[in-house]
Design a protein around this ligand. Structure first.
Ligand SMILES: O=C([O-])CC(=O)C(=O)O
Length: 205
């Protein structure tokens, strides 16, 4: 859907709209803090130390999807390096989110392409062809189905179930507007800070 006027809906607003559900494990972070991604999930489930199915998923990309990789948190074999990530960019994918690690960090940073993962390693994966594409997966402790919406920024990654995309995005936008109003009316004003916190305290009595 269109995110008109809000080029970048922050993950925090999405999390508020989803009442804290569907946030990926905090160890999955962007390589660069300024990274942002929003798009439909193209899913891939890898077998241990084997990333051939990731290549297959990349070759199947229509463009505009976010590649979401269930690497079962393996920290010893890279789900991708700069060559694989550059191919993902070439195929029009919007980004990669991996429950695993990658390699060639410096070269990937030069690609200007958002990658969210658990960090870096040195060894590559093998290419035997075990795994599955386009199936429901688990990534960072969250269930992700093909077509679910992936939102990632400096704070982490969250999944919006595809059936509730519109209502979630609308609720997130309302939250952003309300939060901005609250910020402007309170921050920088000592009396306003006291009144606000007192009102919260009283509402909990
Ligand atoms: O080929 C791989 O699996 C990892 C790699 O080195 C690259 O993508 O550059």
């Amino acid at each position: 859907m269109e995110t008109d006027g809000f080029q970048r809906i922050p993950t925090t607003a999405v999390a508020d709209a989803l009442q804290g559900l569907n946030t990926m494990d905090t160890s999955i972070k962007p390589l660069k803090p300024e990274s942002y991604v929003y798009g439909k999930a193209l899913t891939v489930k890898l077998a241990d130390a084997d990333n051939f199915l990731l290549l297959q998923a990349i070759s199947q990309a229509k463009g505009g999807e976010v590649l979401v990789v269930d690497g079962r948190g393996d920290q010893h074999h890279a789900v991708a390096g700069d060559f694989v990530v550059a191919m993902a960019k070439t195929m029009g994918l919007r980004g990669v989110v991996a429950d695993g690690v990658i390699r060639d960090i410096q070269a990937i940073n030069r690609l200007e392409f958002p990658v969210f993962c658990k960090g870096s390693t040195i060894a590559a994966s093998q290419k035997h062809g075990r795994g599955e594409t386009n199936v429901p997966i688990s990534c960072g402790g969250v269930a992700v189905r093909p077509g679910d919406i992936v939102v990632g920024d400096a704070d982490g990654v969250i999944i919006i179930p595809q059936e509730v995309e519109e209502q979630t995005v609308n609720a997130a936008k309302q939250k952003i507007v309300a939060d901005e109003k609250r910020y402007e009316s309170i921050v920088g004003n000592v009396e306003a800070v006291k009144n606000y916190i007192n009102s919260l305290t009283n509402s909990h009595k």
